[in-house]
Design a binder for this molecule. Structure first.
Ligand code: IMP
Ligand code: MG
Length: 178
């Protein structure tokens, strides 16, 4: 049975089970298999938070697809630190490619908002955003999200790749701040 857990000084309660998450991720893969049939999209997975989401999603893609992993922002504590660093690891040529950005969560939208112009500059033939989680109540930067697995309330979450100050990423289920 799932119980309350402690990460650092905070307590978290079970929110979404790994089965619920993986079911949604499979649904997203099926949508992408249809939408990108006959194409060869390049997925850009934003580390660290999206590693588990990206790995699960990729297993259920049946289309030809490529993936690269980049690092963008550091996120400290339970609030966006606001420090967005430039993309590290974007070494694949994205000009004329169908790009899908994979993010673990869109909170304020700042991270993705700062990164998008860098991608547009390289003139991809299409650009879409797929996220595991979206907190619409927290989003203040204008952003169009094409694929969302779960819309969640404005509460801090850990697990399934997401951390609280470095910990909690290894939890298979998603937990919400108590
Ligand atoms: P944003 O720039 O405010 O949209 O937040 C971007 C990043 O903050 C995400 O990619 C996450 O790494 C992190 N983040 C935002 N909300 C949470 C949360 O509830 N739990 C863990 N990390 C979060
Ligand atoms: Mg992240």
């Amino acid at each position: 049975m799932l119980t309350t857990i402690q990460v650092h000084d905070k307590y978290f309660v079970p929110y979404l089970t790994s089965e619920e998450i993986v079911d949604k991720v499979k649904e997203l893969a099926e949508k992408l298999n249809k939408d990108y049939e006959g194409k060869r999209p390049l997925f850009i997975s934003v580390l660290n938070g999206s590693f588990m989401f990206s790995a699960d999603l990729f297993k259920y893609l049946t289309i030809e697809a490529e993936i690269c992993f980049i690092k963008l922002a550091s996120y400290k504590g339970t609030k966006s630190s606001g420090h967005v660093i430039t993309a590290i690891g974007l070494d694949t040529d994205i000009t004329n490619r169908d790009i899908i950005i994979l993010e673990d969560i869109i909170d304020t939208g700042k991270t993705i908002n700062q990164f998008l112009p860098q991608v547009y500059n390289q003139q991809p033939s299409s650009l879409k955003i797929a996220v595991l989680l979206h907190k619409p109540e927290a989003t203040v930067f204008p952003i169009h999200i094409d694929y969302i697995c779960f819309t969640i309330p404005n509460k801090f979450v850990v697990g399934y790749g997401l951390d609280y100050d470095g910990l909690g990423r290894n939890l298979a289920h998603l937990y919400q701040l108590k």
